[in-house]
Design a protein around this ligand. Sequence first.
Ligand SMILES: [Zn+2]
Length: 237
Amino acid sequence: MTPHPIIELEDVLLSEARNLGMRLAPELTAAPLYVLHARTLPTLPRPVDTLAYVAWCLQPLRQQLEQDGHWRGPGPAIVFVADGQPREQHLATLIHEVAHVLPHTPIADVAPTQENCAAEMAAIEVWARSEPAHDRPRWAPHHDIQWHRRLFHLWWRLCLLDRIALPLGGLTGHQYDLSSAAFYWQALGSEPLRMAEATFAEIEATPLPAGFEAAWYRDLEIWMQAHPGAVNTWSAK
Ligand SMILES: [Zn+2]
């Protein structure tokens, strides 16, 4: 049977994404990195308004991978949701998600049971239907300052590795209640160049460049001033 051309292209992109992910952060080779498409996971709920998400070896996901003969041991899983994305968008989504699975942390090997599958499935269903909160900046809680730092490092490594000038503009900025990506990139200074060979644990253990941190807290202050009612219900740590 001849595969549908879009599916064939997406399979190539998924396989490329898996290889790229491990080359951008070699520490990820310490465990399997699953890069999947939601259409191959029919038992899992498909979140709305999401290009992709990270599944931390969720038991229902493991169960499905075991059934399909694709389970290779505990490891983070990136699940693409959107269909027919151009390669550039695919790569932008990839580094977004890889920034979520770093720094690398080993995942416990817990076999799926009826109970843990049911509990996790209920949690995924709640998450898949959840609406964004309005009492906190849009970066909170999953796209914090360290996530942004990782994103820029990954972007830089990807541009060098793939010889692609992936536009910075779509990666972050206003959609997270922050200044532009170009502004933050500048504030990060030469760190991505100096730490191009470092693991992301080593990067995280290094103090943030002062300009980058100052930009972040200035943006937070602007947001808090614009949302005085929210400041007492949400505490930015
Ligand atoms: Zn994210």
